[in-house]
Design a protein around this ligand. Structure first.
Ligand code: ADP
Ligand code: MG
Length: 348
């Protein structure tokens, strides 16, 4: 078992792209750590740099107490599952799972035993003689996982392992993955562009943008107090309202309605962040006209249009939806307003 320590880590490709830019991160032993960010932000590169498949341009990677920056991938005690699974199509499930043991020249009976046991752990018994082409996406994903954990490793690196599965299977596989990680107790770095996946699975999330970590925290911290409008925009299945606000007489106003007292000079322009789930429709708050109602199942997302054109999303419970065209107001629940500066950084 081992934690992962990244110090001043940069990975620059020969074409000059700085895919990982001076990262300092400490991932704890046994932690389920998610790297979350939009496509192209450097998640795969960071994972490959930890695995040793991409050379670090500067800085260090330590696994356990060992500096592995110049250590070959095969000697790092790292297991990795690639986004496309990279299974060998001409080999059976058993041969695929046993492949890393074969490369290490483990005796045949041991290869067979480990493959059978790992397959059973992952619910693949009965499929050992099949080829990858004869498996469903979910089964292929499990074979890739089985192959990764068949050799004992200290850390497990997963690159968007659920993204090739359809929506329902993805939920099942997510629960399965969480249980497996708990059972194995393996330090796990999980790459995803899906905020819901990161929130559901991770002990901590690092939100990445352009090779850098923009925020690091528990799912709750990241959800409730996004440190910037970038993170706020990225997290939550219904997007956070980011409303233009201004300070007048010591209070923040949105669309002409005074919301909360602040210690900022009059005239300061801010961005007011409030999640649709943390607004209540009624008589109080910012007045507007109901322009759209979207059914989300147990809740609906109501869009209010204010007199100045500001649009506000409000989540309401089923059967509490207002009719289109109704005049209502949206009031923030106490303590739920976030204020961002013009540079997008959380104030206070
Ligand atoms: P993500 O996994 O978050 O989508 P990547 O790590 O794949 O991001 O890519 C990060 C950046 O590095 C992107 O700008 C991408 O175009 C670039 N990049 C990725 N792989 C290579 C490569 N082999 N050579 C040059 N640039 C690359
Ligand atoms: Mg990627």
């Amino acid at each position: 078992m081992a934690g992962i320590e990244l110090t001043g880590l940069s990975t620059v490709y020969p074409n000059g792209v700085r895919a990982v830019d001076s990262l300092d991160v400490s991932i704890k032993d046994g932690e389920f750590f998610a790297l979350l960010g939009p496509s192209g932000c450097g998640k795969t590169t960071l994972l490959r740099t930890i695995a040793g498949l991409e050379p670090a341009t500067s800085g260090t990677v330590s696994i356990g107490a060992r500096d592995v920056t110049r250590v070959e991938p095969g000697q790092r005690r790292v297991a990795m599952v690639f986004q496309d699974y990279a299974l060998f199509p001409h080999m059976s499930v058993a041969e695929n799972i046993a492949y890393p043991l074969r490369v290490r020249r483990a005796p045949r009976p041991r290869q067979r035993e480990v493959a059978a046991r790992t397959a059973a752990d992952l619910g693949l018994d009965g499929l050992l003689e099949r080829r990858p082409g004869q498996l469903s996406g979910g089964q292929q994903q499990r074979v890739a996982l089985a192959r990764a954990i068949a050799v004992s490793a200290d850390v497990l690196l997963l690159d968007e392992p659920l993204s090739n599965l359809d929506a329902r299977l993805r939920l099942e596989a997510r629960t399965f993955l969480k249980r497996l990680q708990r059972e194995l107790g393996l330090t796990t770095v999980f790459v995803t562009h899906d905020q819901a996946e990161a929130l559901a699975l991770a002990d901590r999330i690092a939100v990445m943008e352009a090779g850098r970590i923009r925020q690091l925290g528990s799912p709750r911290e990241i959800f409730q107090r996004p440190g910037s409008t970038f993170v706020a925009n990225f997290i939550g299945s219904t997007p956070m309202n980011l409303l233009p606000g201004a300070v007048r007489s010591g209070a923040v106003e949105v669309a002409g309605t005074s919301l909360t007292e602040v210690d900022l000079p009059d005239g300061t322009e801010v961005v007011v962040g409030i999640r649709p789930e943390y607004l209540t429709l009624g008589e109080e708050g910012i007045p507007g006209t109901v322009s759209i109602v979207e059914n989300l199942g147990i809740t609906s997302l109501v869009t209010l249009e204010c007199a100045d054109g500001t649009l506000i999303g409000v989540t309401v419970q089923e059967h509490a939806e207002p009719r289109i065209g109704a005049q209502v107001s949206a009031a923030p629940q106490p303590g739920r307003l976030l204020l961002y500066g013009q540079d997008g950084v959380l104030l206070g």
